[in-house]
Design a protein around this ligand. Sequence first.
Ligand code: HEC
Length: 403
Amino acid sequence: MTAILQEWGELALRWAHVIAAIMWIGDSFLFMWLDSKLRTAHPARTGELIGELWMAHGGGFYEVVKRKSLESIPAELHTFKWESYATWITGFLLLVLVYWAGGRAMLLDAASPTAHVTAIGLSAATLFGTTALYHLLCRTPLVRRPEAMGVVGLLAVAGGGWALLQVLTPRAAFLQVGATLGTIMASNVLLTIIPAQREMMAATREGRPVDTRPGAKAKLRSTHNHYLTLPVLLTMLSNHFPSLYGGPHAFAVLALICVLGVGVKFAMNQRRATPLWVWGGTLAALGGAIALTVPASGAADDPALLQHRKVAFSEVRTVIAARCVSCHAEAPSFQGFAAPPQGVVLETAGQIQAQAQRILVRTVQTKTMPLGNLTAMTDAERQLLGAWIVQGADIDARAEPTP
Ligand code: HEC
């Protein structure tokens, strides 16, 4: 009962998280786009203008005018913050529920000497400590040089990612990097962007001239947020792609997918004006990430697997029963699992054979299953499964009892 309630809770949070994130990122994309399309007003308008633009959508024309200041605050003035707060709050709750409270295996390998509570502490310290460091960095002159900020950010992701990978499971380390970048983004809204708006509105209400500096700072931070959106989305999605985080060069893959995300966003913004070096760098990051995730030797030409003696299906079955079925069963016996993870059941010969390629990736090539190696699978057993798959993943149909 508790397990199924936990699953519903997770589903509700994840749904809310994705909805809020779509709204937040949608705003970010839309406002960056609006800013990039502002033109001098024709005919001229009164007041201090930044620019205007016109759009047609949904059966009408929109006339958008961006002003530096207003005479007075209109009765209805829309601001945007809850999308961002809701994304962070639901994301943080998911982190707590799935990773911190989801059992030791979500954060640590079974053989790791680190205590569960230490790993939770590391996760929290990374989240808030890195955010504080980012805000300190934004007080240095570096903030005025976007390229330098980008390089420092990239080194921080690679270095921080490397450090996290030394302690946490690779899946948790990737998610931690994404959650940390997301926290930086939400903190920009809470600590810089919204206070700047509040000051702008207070000055207008009191009839003081609007100081444009906080607004310029807020715009810079919202540009940082904008370029972090795609890297964050990629790190969140990486959870479903064990080849990304499961290899020996995971921290480099992490840094490269961040370059890829920023490059793609830049090209989306600049379109045909995108400089050649950005295209080159983005494509090189993609190529590099793909190259780094290719297993050192393909399973089909891995000498260790090829030279393995012939494996009987009964041996495979024994290993899977001992190491996988506690979770991957119609009714998992492993505490906390209400249903087989990802719907993968490995109880019958047919089910095992149908999953052979995924078993190869998860248990032999990336070693990301069993989860946290909770069931203490040995390397010899991994080789045995790999060899069976390379030898054609045959099941001895006669040995299978008819249902
Ligand atoms: C402690 C529970 C647990 C054990 C034991 C376990 N798994 Fe998993 N498995 C999971 C969870 C949780 C997921 C979903 C998260 C993920 O994909 O990392 C999953 C997902 C999978 C998937 C589907 C995702 C994909 O990449 O296709 C496969 C296949 C898989 N496991 C194979 C195995 C094999 C083979 C074993 C035994 C060697 C095993 N698992 C042991 C918990 C477990």
